[in-house]
Ligand binder design. Structure first.
Ligand code: SF4
Length: 251
């Protein structure tokens, strides 16, 4: 049996519940949450969809580190010693944790409002993303033209298009914890993806640089690489931010 301690939220109430889950070989944390919901507490709320690390819906704090429940093996995290660096990011009252008892602690993603239990409100995250206008405006008279992108450049762009908007990076970001207006790693990585794209027009790129050139944008980053370390798709937001800083320093 594995003990799973879950940070619960309902309205203004916050508390921790510990459940015992019968571990099966290859069991993921998401499967353990289903076990709890189906057999022990039908009221437990968590978000999921694809169950295969494609949709990004099941992002949560796992042993005080942001990650996807569907791609986390229970055997990898039970009894894990919690990284002290991540303790400070937790907005919740700390739960008691006994690492000797094969325990896992699960909490909602930080830096976003909690709706219930492990379900956070993604609205703010999407609003920050919208601020960088993550799309390409192709004029009507060019909309039927073929756009051939250099394969080398395409590979650079693809590092950033792999983002699944899970907000794991946002939940790990100390700048986002301090300042809710900070655009955050995902939006700035997305901005770099469109900055690199040769189909973006000059006016939009100039506007983009103005948007991100502030303390709420690229200058707000602490450059601690939390986002790079936790991203399940290996997107490197800090690299994008540093590249933007180089661009703006040169202007
Ligand atoms: Fe998730 Fe990575 Fe995209 Fe951040 S950059 S939202 S961690 S996939």
């Amino acid at each position: 049996m594995v003990k799973i301690t879950i940070g619960r939220h309902e309205g203004d109430r916050r508390w921790y519940d510990t459940f015992e889950v019968e571990e099966k070989p290859g069991m993921t944390l998401l499967e353990a949450l289903f076990y709890i919901q189906e057999r022990l507490d039908g009221g437990l709320c968590f978000r999921y969809s694809c169950r295969g690390a494609v949709c990004g819906s099941c992002a949560m704090l796992i042993n005080r580190r942001p990650g996807l429940a569907c791609r986390t093996q229970l055997s990898d995290v039970k009894g894990e010693v919690i990284n002290e660096a991540h303790r400070d990011q937790i907005l919740l009252k700390k739960a008691p944790l006994d690492a000797n008892k094969e325990e896992v602690i699960v909490e909602p993603l930080p830096n976003l409002k909690v709706i219930k239990d492990l379900v956070v409100d993604m609205e703010h995250f999407y609003m920050l993303l919208d601020a960088v206008k993550p799309w390409i405006n192709i004029p009507d008279d060019r909309s039927h033209e073929e756009n051939i992108i250099d394969p080398h450049l395409q590979m650079q762009i693809e590092r950033y298009t792999n983002c699944i908007l899970c907000a794991t990076c946002h939940g790990s970001c100390p700048a986002a914890a301090r300042n809710s207006n900070y655009m955050g790693p995902a939006a700035l990585a997305k901005a770099w993806r469109f900055y690199l794209d040769p189909r973006s027009n000059k006016e939009d790129l100039a506007e983009l640089l103005t948007t991100i050139d502030s303390k709420e944008g690229i200058w707000g980053c602490d450059v601690v690489y939390n986002c790079v370390n936790v991203c399940p798709r290996k997107v490197p937001p800090t690299t994008a931010i540093l590249k933007f800083r180089d661009v703006l320093k040169k202007e």
